[in-house]
Each structure stands twice: as C-alpha cells, then as structure tokens.
Write a protein that binds this ligand. Structure first.
Ligand code: PLP
Length: 376
C-alpha cells in the first residue's frame, strides 16, 4: 500500500501518540480543576502552548487552541468582522482559498460585508499589485493562504502582509498546508493571524491552533468558560493538544532532512511522469515562485483524473483529484478554474502528495502504475 495523499491528512506520528496516551488514560483530568489531576492536565496544555509558540516564533499568549484549520479560519475572519462591524466594510481574499475561508466569507457577506477577490496567475500566485488595489479604508481584514492545498503554490506572504499593514489593515494567513512542513516564523512573515491544523503534520485530527498577534482585535468564538484566555470556551482537548505540539516538535527537529527528502521524491515523480507523455502538464508554481515540497498537481490529457484516482486506489495507491473535502464533487475545482486551466485538463488532473514517509520505491510504483493506465 502506498499513501500519497498527505495534503489530505497524514499518519499520526508514534511520538505524538505516545505523548497523548497518558492524557487519554490516567492523566484524564480537566485543566480547570484545582486538584492534582487538573493541575497535571493544565501543565500539559501550558507546556504544549509554550512549545508551539517557541517553534513558530510567537509567545504562548498568542496561541489559541481550536478544533482544526476550519475553525481557525472561521474564527479569524468572523472574529475580526465582529470586532470591526460597521457600515460599508469589505474583506479582501484570493480566489484560490480553501472553502474554510471562502464559505466563511460568504457568511459575513450575508451580514453586509463586501468580499473582494484577488485573482491569481496561471501558477496560482496572487498579484501583489492587484491585491494592494483592493484594499482601502473600509477593509477590515485581508486573508491569503500561505500554501495552496491543490497546487502547492506558496505565496509571498510577507509582501502581501506588508501591503495590508501599509494601509492599516490586519492580515490573516491560512497556513494549514505549510505549518510543520517548512520552517516558519510568524514574526518574519509579519502576519497578525495564522491558522494551522495538526493532522496535516502528523498530529491528531480535530485539533489546530490560531496564532493571534498580541494587540489584534478579535471577538470570542465560543462562549462559555474562561478557557483559551476567555475567547474560545470548552474543556481543552488535552491529549490532542499534547500530540499536536509533539508532532510539530518532531518536524522541527528534522526539517532539513525531511524537506530535502520530499523535494527529491517530488523531483523523481515529476521526472518519471513527464517521461510518460510530452503533453503532461504540472500545475502550480514552476517558474515564478515556490511550491510546497510534497504537492504534485499533474494533468494528463485524455485521462479522467477521477478514473485514475480509482484505478490507483485499486492498486493500493492513495492519491486525490484535489481537495479532500471536495473530492466527491464532480464540478471542476475552483482552484483549477482560478488558474484558468481548460476544463478538459482540469478534469484530467490528480494531486499526488508525498511525505517524508514515502520512498523512492513508492515513487517508482506510482509512475509505473500511471504508465500502465496511460498506455492502455
Ligand atoms: N485550509 C487548508 C488550506 C486546508 O488544506 C484544509 C484541509 O484540507 C483546511 C483549511 C481545513 O483544515 P481542517 O481539516 O483541520 O479543518
């Protein structure tokens, strides 16, 4: 079996699981309780917060635990909108955002917020000049994802954040596909809000965090108890919080070797696939920018992407046609539309997403499985 759908989710790391088990068993206390069990759980949550903060260059008070990337995106956008609600406001984002951002934008649009979309070029890069032109005195927030989940294209977030800040506007980035894969310092990229999700970097599912730069105005997301500095109520998911911090730490300890391994595997994969047919097209940033090391979006003219994913699945190879949450929809992905990929090519597209756990043998097996389908 070959798992090559790591942009959808990743395997839970053994270290993360080991670290989680005590809090699922004897260390089951509620961090809000005053007794020993409670204190132990509270300490674990605080240590995890400190660890995550130190890895991304933040302070512990700037890390808010959430149920994952979707909630972090929802909170960032709705939280800023609520705190700045007034007449004639607008929200600036891009056409290739994840639905966690796009559908949240649609929600605040119903409450009177104008949504402005910055387009992308054929490689999925946001044009900073167009982005800048959309921001004005009524903009409450700008949000552009750090790395796209279908193409892997990485944006120049520092540049976009600077444009927003120059006009006094807060900047959020959905970094769900980025955090844990490549070193990141929130101060360097200069974002005010940043979303992350543990299951994309070998942590457990259903846990993530929102980085909120000190001083950023943000309304509470869930009302109830005083957890998460009074802004996101609910008893903490202690085991998952611990697992997330350990998974992130493990990646941090191996960034250099993992990035170069995954880059090498992706290079092998692209080389192998490009030899199958001269018409094969790789999507995402090939020249003008940077692509996530493990995400390979490839269009194979004449083949059905969905059909290919099924054939590969029957051979024990897991890939995807695009975003996992959307792969049941037969419509062409909004991301492929945004890069103006012709419809027939978009329908011939699959995403192969590799991780440090894949091997050269996996890549060879994927290429020969695709070759057999192409030859047929
Ligand atoms: N943002 C991006 C870019 C994603 O790829 C995903 C998941 O695929 C999400 C947000 C949602 O994250 P989660 O699955 O943790 O809710």
């Amino acid at each position: 079996m070959i798992y090559a759908d790591n942009a959808a989710t990743t395997r839970l790391s053994e270290k993360a699981l080991e670290g989680m088990l005590p809090y699922l068993c004897e260390g089951f206390g509620n961090p809000s309780s005053l007794h020993g069990w409670g204190r132990e759980a509270k300490k674990a949550v605080s240590e995890a917060r400190e660890l995550i903060a130190s890895i991304i260059g933040a302070t512990a008070e700037e890390i808010y635990f959430t149920s994952g990337g979707t909630e972090s995106d929802n909170w960032a956008i709705k939280g800023v909108f609520e705190s700045k609600k007034r007449e004639r406001v607008n929200f600036v984002t891009s056409t290739i955002e994840h639905h966690a951002v796009l559908n949240t934008a649609a929600m605040i649009a119903k409450q009177g917020c104008e949504i402005r979309f910055a387009g992308v070029n054929s490689e999925g890069c946001v044009n900073p000049i167009e982005f800048d032109s959309l921001i004005d005195g009524n903009t409450i927030l700008a949000s552009v994802m750090m790395a796209n989940n279908e193409l892997g294209t990485v944006q120049d977030i520092r540049c976009l954040a600077e444009k927003a800040h120059a006009k006094g506007v807060c900047f959020h980035s959905d970094a769900v596909q980025f955090v844990g894969h490549v070193p990141l310092n929130v101060k360097d990229v200069n974002v005010d809000l940043l979303s992350a999700s543990a299951h994309k970097f070998n942590g457990p599912k259903g846990i993530g965090f929102l980085y909120v730069k000190k001083g950023t105005e943000l309304s509470s997301f869930v009302q109830g108890g005083a957890q998460e500095f009074g802004l996101r109520a609910g008893t903490e998911n202690v085991a998952s919080i611990v697992g997330m911090s350990l998974a992130l730490q493990e990646h941090k300890d191996h960034f250099a070797e993992r990035v170069s391994r995954v880059e090498h595997l992706s290079w092998m994969l692209k080389r192998g696939l490009s030899e199958l047919s001269p018409q094969i097209k790789f999507n995402g940033s090939q020249e003008s920018g940077w692509t996530m090391p493990g995400i390979v979006s490839v269009s194979i003219p004449g083949l059905s992407g969905e059909g290919l994913v099924h054939v590969l699945d029957m051979k024990g190879i897991a890939t995807s046609t695009g975003a996992a949450c959307n792969s049941k929809a037969t419509i062409v992905s909004h991301v492929l539309q945004a890069i103006a990929l012709p419809n027939d090519l978009a329908k011939s597209t699959i995403r192969i997403s590799l991780s440090h756990e894949n091997t050269e043998a996996d890549v060879c097996a994927i290429v020969s499985a695709v070759r057999r389908v192409v030859c047929r």
